[in-house]
Every structure is written in C-alpha cells, then in structure tokens.
Design a protein around this ligand. Structure first.
Ligand code: ATP
Ligand code: MG
Length: 442
C-alpha cells in the first residue's frame, strides 16, 4: 500500500471533543469517524486493528469448543415479550416498527434469540452441552455515550451462550469461558483481572467482569493486589483443573462497585495489598440458570423427565478493546503507540527519503516491498513528500512496529532499521525480515 493512496486521514491537532487518550489517538490517526452521537464508521486503520482483535477472540472461543454462528442485528419483539424483558429493558433498547406494524428491535444482547434457536432443534440431554457464539454489532441507546468507541451506542461484541443439563455441568461451561477469557486478554498483552460483579439486567447470581486497570476507566474496583500474580498457564480444560483455577482467583478479594463492602475489604485484605482504583470492563460472564429457559419453555428430555436447560452468557467488547488497548499501551508523552505485534495495523513501514525528488529511493522501496510480500509481511510505503522527521512521527503515532529507512545510509542491501521507539540500526534486508518475523511470533 502506498501512503499517498491510503485512506488514513491524519489530523495535525488533537480534536477538542476527545477527552481521553484513546479517543484522541483514534481521531488523530483517522481510525474512526463519528457519524452521529455514539455511532462510528471504522476507517481502514481502525478496521484492520479491530479485525485482528476479533480473530484472536474467535480463535480462543474455538479453542474451548464453542461453535460460531451468526444471528441478525434486528430481532422480533415477540421473544422478548416471552422472557419478560421487553418491558424491563427500558430506554436502552432501540425499538422499531416494520411496515406491517410489527414490533422489532435492534439487539442489545441475544439471550432470547439464541434460546429460541436452541429450543427449536435440541430436544435431548444427549446433545448437551451446547456452546454457541457470534460476533455481531449491538445497539444500546446509552444515556451518556462518550470516550469515542469505549462507550458508544453501536458496538461490536462477541457474545457466547452455554446450555447444560444441571448446575454442575453449567459451572464447568462457565469455567471454560473464565479460562478462555484469561487467555484471550493475555494474547492481547493485557492484564485483565476477573472481578466478582453484579448481574444487572441479565439476571442470575454468578458473574465476573474482566477489567484492565486504567485511570480513565468507568468501573470502580476494589482488589487485593496479590490477584495479579495468579497463574493460569497450567490449567487444563477439565472440570477440576478449571474449578481450582477459579478458586485461586477467588481467594483474593476483588470486586466492582456494586459488590463492594468497606468492612469486608478491610477485613479480608491486609493493608499493604489493598488497591482501590479504576478500570475498563472488557469482558463479562454470567451464570443465570433457567432465567430464560423457563419462561421461554426451553427444555430437554432427561430419561423421560423434562428439564429446563441451565444457561450462561459471555461477552467480550471487541470494539471497546481497540480503545482499551490504546489506553494501556499508548505513550502520550513520546507520542508512540505500541500495539501488540499481532494486532498492529501494518507489520512494517518503508520510508524512502524523497525530498529532492529522489525517485531512485522510491524504486528501492518498491523492490523491498516485493520481498516483504513474499515473506507475508504487511507493509505501507510512505511515498509522500513530507519531511523525514514528520514521517517518523506519523508512524510512531499510528504504531507501525518496524520501520525501514531508505536514504543516504543505504548501501546495496543494507538499510536503516528501526524498532518503534528505539534507535536505528544498519541491517541487511534478510536480517530485517528475520527480525520482523520473529517479533510477529511473540
Ligand atoms: P458496561 O457496564 O460497561 O455498560 P455491560 O455490563 O452493560 O457494560 P455487557 O452487557 O456485559 O456490558 O456486554 C459485554 C461487553 O460489551 C462489556 O464487557 C463491554 O466490553 C462491551 N460493551 C458494553 N456496552 C458497551 C458500549 N456501550 N460501548 C462499547 N462496548 C460496550
Ligand atoms: Mg451497560
């Protein structure tokens, strides 16, 4: 891709409406464009990052045996009337009438729809567990949309649902997601802590929010610092091992606002480990038993007996994660964005000196790019006539992890190579390709 032909509308100044660094950076680097309050278009740079995050989220769902489906964004109100939530959900739900006057809505979540899908086909306990997920746009008419895509009205979510015969099996499913979320956030280079949470309008009694620490977060949290050291690496996808993992976390007091009790916090956490701070909720898991299956009459046959299925639901804010990762990784002072390599918009920027109309350097850039392509390295060539230092600034801001400079220090196959934020080194192209491929594996 040539920069001059790309759709990356970089802004010179920080837009005044943006109050937190992720919103500022996303507008400045043209990742998103607001289309109306709390509703955004995703431009190429932002979309590339979000798709890469989506893929990691997907792989970690697949790894625990969840099956991917795709449900529509528009739902019929009928199933929500069955569950009783049509009234309860209130003004956050966007309600629509079709031309026949039927009540429809833009889905804020999918418990009803997935229960309807399940009950139409699954009749026997022998088909359990069923674990289903989809990655789809949601709409919630938030009272105060703000912070760009962090709290917006239309957002992209992975939501999964589990169906089991009894509580014991259902908790096994819950714990699979618990582990899978730890793995997902780890792959995104985030330290996300599971915190006991309230179940809110979803209902039920067991719930964890996965929270990353950030001053700009909207969740207040109260935690025992030792929870950060719990290690999940050796956990197997097997009942006892998963139950033990959750116990390891639950040893330490870690709760969100709604669950907080000062007395309990002070009693359970020695003073030196107490941490009261703020965080961003990037995932949320719930167990709610037969809350939906009962009113929606979703049951299986168990040796001649009718059993309502026990359900859980599991959400990850895929679009919110783009902002959350920026909050965690953007160095505001140096203006350097360090994406985890696996989700950076491009692997490599090729930056030829072109000030004096030096077309030779551009030809060299194109030659290099052919080799990068052969090695599956995704690149962008800066063919603009901007001065060199503002080019470097631009790629630091966008967060391209590897940068190849073609200028007066270039000799034959040797180029200046920069790892974002570090000093340049002279290397030959083969070595550069090796270095880039190595960092892609990390
Ligand atoms: P919040 O407390 O932030 O409103 P929630 O508890 O309502 O979140 P869930 O219903 O659990 O959210 O949705 C699952 C995930 O979807 C959340 O963990 C969050 O990452 C994301 N999410 C929820 N609401 C929004 C929103 N308005 N904008 C962007 N992402 C959102
Ligand atoms: Mg909410």
């Amino acid at each position: 891709m040539l920069f001059s032909k790309s759709f990356i509308p970089i802004l010179k100044n920080i837009p005044s409406e943006a109050k937190i660094k992720s919103h500022q950076l996303m507008l400045r680097t043209g990742m998103i464009k607001q289309s109306s309050a709390g509703i955004y278009s995703w431009l190429p740079l932002g979309f590339k990052v979000m798709k890469k995050i989506e893929q990691i989220v997907r792989e970690e769902q697949d790894n625990i045996g969840v099956q991917e489906i795709l449900m529509p964004t528009i739902q019929s109100a009928e199933i929500w009337k069955e569950s009783g939530r049509y009234k309860d959900y209130g003004e956050e739900m966007l309600r629509i009438k079709d031309r026949q006057g039927r009540d429809m809505l833009y889905g804020p979540t999918n418990e009803e729809l997935v229960t309807d899908i399940f009950r139409s086909s699954i009749k026997s306990y022998k088909s359990l567990p069923q674990l289903l997920y989809h990655i789809q746009w949601k709409f919630r008419d938030e009272l105060r949309p703000r912070f760009g895509i962090m709290r917006c009205r239309e957002f992209y979510m992975k939501d999964a649902y589990s169906f089991d015969l009894n509580d014991d099996e259902a908790l096994f499913s819950y714990n699979k997601f618990f582990l899978s979320y730890l793995k997902t956030f780890k792959r995104l280079n985030l330290s996300a802590i599971p915190m006991a949470a309230d179940t809110g309008p979803i209902g039920g009694n067991l719930s964890h929010e996965f929270i990353i620490l950030a001053d700009t977060g909207e969740s207040k949290i109260y935690t025992d610092k030792r929870v950060f050291n719990v290690d999940s690496d050796q956990t197997k996808i097997e009942k006892n091992s998963l139950a033990n993992l959750r116990k390891e976390f639950e040893k330490f007091y870690s709760v969100t606002d709604e669950k907080y009790s000062e007395k309990e916090f002070n009693n359970k956490v020695p003073e030196e480990f107490r941490l009261k701070t703020k965080g961003i909720e990037v995932g949320h898991i719930f167990y709610f038993g037969d809350k939906y299956s009962k009113p929606m009459n979703s049951s299986v046959d168990y040796n001649g007996k009718k059993e309502f299925v026990k359900m859980g639901s599991y959400g990850v804010g895929v679009s919110r994660l783009v902002g959350a990762i920026i909050e965690a990784k953007y160095d505001e002072k140096k203006e350097i964005m360090k994406w985890p390599q696996s989700i950076s918009p491009y692997d490599c920027a090729i930056i030829p000196f072109l000030n004096k109309g030096n077309k030779k350097n551009l030809d060299k850039a194109v030659n290099i790019s052919k080799k990068l392509r052969e090695n599956n390295i995704d690149f962008i060539i800066d063919d603009t006539e901007e001065n060199f230092s503002s080019k470097l600034k631009k790629f630091n801001l966008i967060g391209i992890p590897s940068q190849i400079i073609i200028g007066n220090k270039t000799e034959g196959d040797n180029f200046e190579f920069i790892k974002i934020g570090e000093n340049p080194e002279i290397s030959n192209l083969d070595k550069i390709i090796k270095l880039i491929n190595q960092s892609k594996k990390n």
